[in-house]
Design a protein around this ligand. Structure first.
Ligand code: ADP
Ligand code: MG
Length: 693
């Protein structure tokens, strides 16, 4: 959950404080656990309490092994009769008897063997919990989950938690229990009629139950809370926006007439521009999302909107998520708008000294009409004479809270156009962008050829490099993408650098490298060499995912393609197929592929429709799966599963709307409770709006 600065929950109600205590202050959390916990996003008591089990182990107590079946999770009393260690790395076996004299081996590997000796002394009865297996003719339990002198009735149903390296089930369970002990009772925010009808438990009880066993009602309630918080926050944004003063802008068309575009606009582009112009002419600020697949031509739509603002005597700003993209947008806009005489500046965090001063002056005195940049364009030091339109590219990189901050600077609220190329399934649009109107570019510019996508086994690397060489000798350019799960993952980085070195051996200076760890200047220089065509091959990590446009580059190789999500592969592939040439995308795959990975790659070959891929991606990841690991295209939820979103979101949406209609200031009893809910799910920017922030 992103927490933009300035919306950090400083005003959080006291009664929620126990939930926001750092996990590090809990008993048994040494420095060694801090990292693994952070990796799972479990930095506070609240996160631990919401770290719901992915499933439960249900065990049955049996009097003897005759009553159990192989594969079953059981609790049984056994008496050790013999200890057998095997030579070398073989397992350590404890042969034990049940009440009837049936023999079962308790098998331990590696270091666990040492504890086995102590846990299972010869001739003394022990209760053992674990999964009954068969090894040849012998019954066995490998690494019993529990061994105890007393019964194990308390362990008949045990949660299984998602883990990360360095954590064990026992450790996580203990921390979760500590966290649950700190969870306070909170007033009810769900409408009483609904709570009754669904037979949902109260919030605290639901949390406790969800960790104890398979309680669907409890899980649903917790998911509903999250959905309700989201809907409420988005509706508060919408209501706040309606109440704000904006500047109605109507352009006279003079600048737009001077645009000399090398192509006619598509019908979808014209329609979107019409909708945007309609919004901008209103006195309340626009809040519109422009959704269009990679390559659908969002940039020119943004330019038209920005020109409307300038025609009306105001300024417009375009925010990009990365330097590379800001630079490229600046070039594209400058080229397209060359004939209009409009002054377009570029401002990034790297601009310093005189150059920066002069841009700041220009923005202040109005001699600059448009500015393109990274978030630097919204720093406090930057003041505008008359900023009336903010365009945010690749919206999914920014949270709603961040967007609010950007557009709430002046007395007058600028119109806001958010753009995204992340196709999300229709069912999720409401959840993700419920506060905005949506325009869709559902039509690709004409003349695009389908990208020839092939899955190639990594053993054929030699052939791939050969094809690459022919492509480059023939005057083409190409991308070579290496996986990088996080920009800080050192193994991945090393692999990317090694591949770069290898390819440079073959292709010399025609190869350039970009990745997230490079200094921005170095990255930009490499990027520019590629854009200008001096570099023919760009080796890159996913930093090129967003927005880079080099039409001459018509070949893309993606290494270890199975490690990417569908949405990400789709975004990457969108970098080719931008010109009129036929483009090729080679998905290199490793040896051992999971079934899901295989299906994902097959889908990539089959379709180029981003929405279809998004739908299938979610399906492949399974309806019951928690969407804890986030990637672009995911839902904004951590508790609610896809299935729950589908079932419960419409309810939450209606409920939120009713509540806001009745108590827009959230001052009534339920309103106050709902404020707690917003803080709990860190949608507190919703509450900040109520303060007129
Ligand atoms: P995205 O929606 O991914 O931001 P871009 O705005 O970068 O897409 O456009 C992709 C490419 O398509 C650019 O090279 C752009 O010049 C071109 N393009 C945009 N609109 C049209 C059109 N109507 N006809 C032909 N080409 C177009
Ligand atoms: Mg774009």
């Amino acid at each position: 959950m992103s927490r933009p600065p300035g919306y950090s929950g400083i005003m959080r109600p006291d009664r929620l404080n126990p939930l926001f205590v750092e996990s590090e202050s809990l008993k048994g959390v040494g420095p060694g656990l801090a990292r693994p916990l952070e990796k799972l996003g479990l930095t506070r008591v609240r996160d631990l309490a919401y770290h719901l089990p992915e499933r439960f182990v249900e065990r049955r107590v049996v009097d003897n092994l005759d009553e159990a079946t192989v594969g079953e999770q059981i609790v049984v009393a056994l008496t050790p009769r013999d200890h057998r260690s095997s030579a070398g790395r073989g397992p350590y076996r404890v042969l034990a008897e049940d009440a009837l004299g049936n023999v079962c081996a308790l098998t331990y590997f590696g270091r666990a063997s040492y504890t086995a000796k102590k846990l299972l002394p010869l001739g003394e009865k022990r209760w053992v919990a674990g999964r009954l297996d068969q090894y040849g003719q012998m019954l066995q339990i490998v690494h019993p989950d529990h061994v105890s002198e007393e019964g194990l009735l308390g362990q008949l149903c045990e949660p299984v938690y998602p883990l990360s390296e360095g954590l064990t089930q026992g450790k996580v369970a203990a921390l979760v229990q500590q966290a649950l002990g700190l969870v306070p009772e909170l007033p009810e925010w769900i409408e009483p009629g609904l709570l009754d009808r669904m037979q949902w438990p109260a919030w605290r009880e639901a949390l406790l139950l969800a960790h104890q066993g398979q309680h669907e009602a409890a899980r649903d309630r917790l998911a509903y809370d999250e959905l309700l918080a989201n809907s409420l926050a988005l509706m508060l944004v919408r209501a706040d926006n309606r109440a704000r003063r904006g500047t109605p802008l109507t352009g006279d068309g003079t600048l737009r007439d001077k645009l000399a575009l090398p192509f006619p606009l598509t019908g979808a582009q014209r329609r979107a521009i019409g909708e945007i112009a309609g919004d901008m002419a209103q006195p309340s600020p626009m809040l519109r999302l422009l959704q269009g697949d990679v390559g659908s031509g969002k940039t020119v739509v943004a330019l038209e909107a920005m020109l409307i603002a300038v025609e009306a005597g105001a300024q417009a700003a375009l925010l990009a998520p990365t330097e590379i993209l800001a630079r490229q947008h600046h070039e594209t806009l400058s080229r397209m708008a060359a004939g209009t005489g409009v002054e377009i500046a570029l401002l990034t965090g790297r601009d310093k000294g005189k150059a920066r001063e002069s841009i700041l002056m220009g923005l202040l005195d109005g001699s600059i009409d448009m500015v393109v940049g990274t978030h630097a364009i919204f720093q406090d030091a930057v003041s505008y004479r008359n900023l009336a339109l903010v365009v945010i590219d690749e919206q999914h990189r920014f949270g709603v809270g961040q967007r609010l901050m950007l557009t709430r600077k002046g007395r007058v609220t600028p119109h806001c156009l958010a753009m995204t190329a992340t196709p999300i399934p229709r069912t999720l649009t409401l959840a993700q962008y419920g506060e905005m109107e949506v325009s869709q570019l559902d039509e690709m510019p004409p003349g695009r050829q389908a990208i020839d996508t092939r899955v190639v086994a990594v053993e054929r690397m030699g052939d791939v490099v050969g094809a690459l060489a022919r492509h480059i000798e023939g005057g083409g350019q190409a991308y070579w993408v290496c996986p990088m799960v996080r920009e800080s993952e050192s193994d991945d980085l090393a692999a990317a650098e090694a591949r770069f070195a290898e390819l440079r051996e073959r292709f010399g200076d025609a190869v350039a490298l970009v990745h997230g760890q490079l200094k921005p200047e170095v990255k930009d220089a490499a990027m520019e060499r590629f854009v200008r065509g001096e570099a023919r091959l760009l080796v890159a990590t996913t930093v090129i995912e967003v927005g880079v446009d080099v039409p001459n580059s018509t070949l893309m190789v993606i290494e270890q393609a199975e490690r990417f999500g569908l949405a990400q592969l789709h975004q990457l592939r969108g970098r080719v197929g931008r010109g009129s040439e036929k483009s090729v995308c080679l998905l290199l795959r490793g040896e051992a592929l999971s079934e899901t990975a295989r299906q994902r790659l097959a889908l990539m070959r089959e379709t180029q429709d981003g929405f279809r891929l998004a739908e299938e991606d979610l399906k492949l990841r399974g309806g019951g799966e928690l969407l804890g690991t986030r990637q672009s295209g995911d839902t904004p939820f951590r508790v609610a599963s896809l299935d729950q979103i589908t079932r419960l979101l419409p309810l939450a949406h209606d409920d939120a709307r009713l509540l806001i209609e009745r108590d827009g200031g959230l001052t009534g009893e339920r309103g106050e409770a709902a404020r707690l809910l917003l803080y709990l799910f860190e949608r507190d920017w919703g509450v900040q709006l109520l303060r007129g922030g």
